[in-house]
Design a protein around this ligand. Structure first.
Ligand SMILES: [Zn+2]
Length: 175
């Protein structure tokens, strides 16, 4: 029993070291979780912690990232999914548009959650999902992202997207 307890506290120590949640006051990594709840469309855990050294209480916000996701590129090579890189590309499309950070954050959280059930995802699937989400957020950002992503090899596919978008916007304004 005693050995198990030692082992247990050893694992807790290792876990704390790995996650290294430090007290913002005294920098101690020894803390206990007082409260824990899912937040932000279940894509993050908000934890209320108490420092065991100085009793200071603080909150951590841990995102459940799709970190293990592997991206299959067009040439069939693989690389690790990089949310920041994707986010950067999305923001380039949203330049000078009235798009809020919260909108892009929740779009990314939502599609990352969809992707998290599979080990690998193709760049074309990523592009399609982002395009679909951007369409509801901002039509201009959508067209910009689509033009970069699809590279519009032919004028026809570009015209088709513009045409479809125009029709959808008309339908929406009729409702
Ligand atoms: Zn402390």
């Amino acid at each position: 029993m005693r050995n198990e307890e030692v082992l247990h506290s050893f694992f807790i120590l290792i876990l704390n070291l790995l996650s290294s949640v430090k007290c913002p006051d005294c920098k101690s990594i020894k803390n206990s979780v007082v409260d824990s709840r899912l937040t932000d469309n279940n894509s993050a855990i908000r934890r209320r912690r108490e420092c065991e050294a100085c009793e200071h209480r603080f909150t951590t916000f841990e995102r459940l990232r799709a970190t293990n996701l592997i991206v299959i590129k067009k040439d069939q090579t693989r690389e690790e999914y990089d949310r920041e890189k994707l986010e950067h590309g999305i923001w380039r499309a949203c330049e000078k548009r009235p798009v809020k950070k919260a909108q892009i954050d929740s779009l990314l959280n939502r599609i990352e959650e969809q992707w998290s059930v599979q080990p690998e995802i193709s760049t074309s699937q990523i592009g399609e999902d982002v395009m679909l989400g951007l369409k509801d957020i901002d039509p201009v950002a959508y067209i910009r992202f689509a033009s970069v992503y699809r590279q519009f090899a032919d004028v026809e596919s570009f015209q088709k997207i513009i045409h479809n978008l125009g029709q959808e916007m008309e339908q929406q304004s009729l409702v």
